[in-house]
Design a protein around this ligand. Structure first.
Ligand code: HEM
Length: 489
């Protein structure tokens, strides 16, 4: 009897999982019933290497676990046209994003497309060029504070610069998005950051243990208990921040809170959200918290990792570092002043270096979409009810797009349009299509300003060839990433 039952189950699963007409080929290593799930388990350094090697388009079978959560297979794509088609046709995120939904809720990254469309329109002005220009004075203040912390490392042993960048990006985003005062800064820098890092590790562990994709199993696990604890801590911190700001806005004069780029006064994203909630009933209190958690979580980890890779690359290419120093001298004329909105576009070579670093070390190596309709690509048709992984990292290292030297660090390629790929979606560190990163311009402002301050004061040395990375939602350097600093002054 049991054998007959098993045969029926196997037959149903086989007919569900078998390749459809026009579907891409399967990723090698597929096993009956469990698909490629076993390849997810293990070292996240290995996982990353595997995703680097993945071909242009293939299909990864999630096996029984994926079948039970309603997504019978994964597609993995890295053709820029196909990627754009998928990102703009399917705006919803797949179930794996739900792992972080208890933190980010209806924030932009995890919200359903219908609500996302409304909220994205409301939030766009908080990240406009005008608002960001108003943040510049504050970004400069935080960059100076970073430089002063780094001074203690001059002439010392090789050290990990990432924690310094984490502190810097958190301070910057806490001021510009949460409107936090210096006294409250330490809670975000210490407790919040540590808790978010632990929570991201929980999401990654769950993703790798496919049986924990099932809510029923997950709810019984120790990991879930840990997640509850971490979420409680984060919720308490963010509620405190929001309530404090609400009270401040009530008691402060209008002139104290409206922004004025010339005096360095700006309107934090939290004020923008609170105003919209008050005037248009646009957000609930929970949604405000979820948007802020999303902004903080999405910004500091990505930007600090991107800054770390850039500095190690510069420490490994001293001629490139010298060229930036020359450019800084030409534009800033050795003045110990803020990097201004007029200086930023003149730092052309620095921008080329940042782009080249984001290309080679895509800190968000891939994104995913829930396929909810038939999506016709160049050579295949994706089936509804599946998940599609979009590999930005593979696009960035594709020799067909970037030439035989795609793996080399060559900032000069950005200075001449002739040496860049003609395809408009060859450089996509901030994602594809309509749901691309809202903080793209903000990141460029922050990275340029921080690097300008650092490189005027220090000369950096490191070795990118020794760096080992690990996928932790964001791609992080975990070994061989230490640098040394010496003074330029
Ligand atoms: C090097 C820095 C950064 C990188 C590489 C990066 C990358 C990305 C990518 C790839 C996405 C698309 C996610 C998806 O489609 O699932 C995204 C979305 C997003 N990012 Fe960033 N990001 C960076 C910095 C920031 C910063 C500084 C902020 C906030 C100030 C931010 C806020 C967001 C938000 C809110 C979304 C969701 C956008 C939406 O769906 O409308 N990011 N980011």
């Amino acid at each position: 009897m049991f054998t007959v039952f098993l045969c029926v189950v196997v037959f149903i699963l086989w007919s569900w999982l078998k390749p459809r007409h026009g579907s891409p080929p399967l990723i090698p290593g597929y096993l009956p019933l469990i698909g490629n799930s076993h390849q997810l388990i293990g070292d996240r350094k290995y996982l990353w290497k595997r995703s680097q090697k993945t071909g242009v388009i293939c299909r990864e079978m999630g096996g029984v676990a994926a079948f039970l959560v309603g997504s019978y297979s994964y597609y993995v794509i890295s053709d820029p046209d196909d990627c754009l088609m998928v990102s703009n046709t399917c705006l919803d995120k797949p179930y794996a994003y739900n792992f972080s939904k208890r933190l980010m809720g209806n924030g932009l990254i995890t919200s359903e497309a219908s609500l996302w469309k409304i909220h994205r329109k409301l939030l766009n002005p908080a990240f406009s060029q005008q608002m960001l220009t108003a943040f510049l004075h504050e970004i400069n203040i935080q960059a100076r504070s970073l430089v002063s912390q780094l001074s203690s490392k001059v002439g010392e042993e090789p050290f990990d610069v990432r924690p310094h960048f984490v502190k810097f990006t958190l301070s910057t985003v806490s001021r510009t998005s949460l409107g936090l005062s210096a006294e409250d800064q330490t809670i975000i820098n210490n407790e919040y950051a540590e808790t978010v890092e632990e929570l991201f590790a929980v999401f990654c562990s769950r993703f790798q243990k496919v049986w924990l994709h099932l809510t029923w199993f997950y709810n019984m696990s120790d990991l879930k208990q840990k997640e509850d604890q971490l979420l409680k801590t984060l919720r308490e911190i963010m509620d405190y921040v929001i309530n404090k700001r609400k009270t401040e806005l009530k008691v402060k004069e209008e002139s104290e809170i409206t922004y004025d780029p010339n005096s360095g006064k700006f309107k934090p994203a939290l004020d923008h959200l609170l105003n919209l909630a008050e005037e248009q009933d646009a957000f609930t209190d929970d949604e405000i918290r979820e948007h802020l958690d999303t902004i903080v979580a999405a910004s500091y980890d990505t930007t600090s990792s991107a800054l770390t890779y850039t500095l190690i690359l510069l420490g490994s290419h001293l001629e490139v570092q010298q060229r930036i120093v020359d450019e800084l001298q030409e534009v800033l004329k050795n003045r110990d002043v803020d990097v201004s909105k007029d200086d930023l576009p003149k730092l052309v070579y620095l921008e080329a270096v940042i782009k080249e670093s984001l290309r080679l070390y895509s800190v968000v190596p891939f994104i995913a979409r829930k396929i909810d309709t038939h999506v016709k690509l160049k050579n295949y048709t994706l089936q509804p009810g599946t998940t599609c992984m979009i590999l930005m990292h593979s696009i960035h290292r594709d020799t067909k797009l970037w030439g035989a030297d795609a793996d080399l660090f060559k900032p000069e390629r950005w200075l001449d349009p002739e040496t860049l790929p003609t395809h408009p979606n060859s450089f996509v560190p901030f994602g594809f299509g309509k749901r691309h990163c809202i903080g793209k311009l903000y990141t460029m402002f922050v990275m340029k300003t921080a690097l300008a301050h650092i490189l005027q004061r220090f000369s950096v040395s490191g070795n990118i060839d020794n760096v080992v990375t690990e996928y932790d939602i964001v791609l992080k350097p975990v070994l061989g990433h230490h640098i040394t600093l010496s003074s330029r002054i």
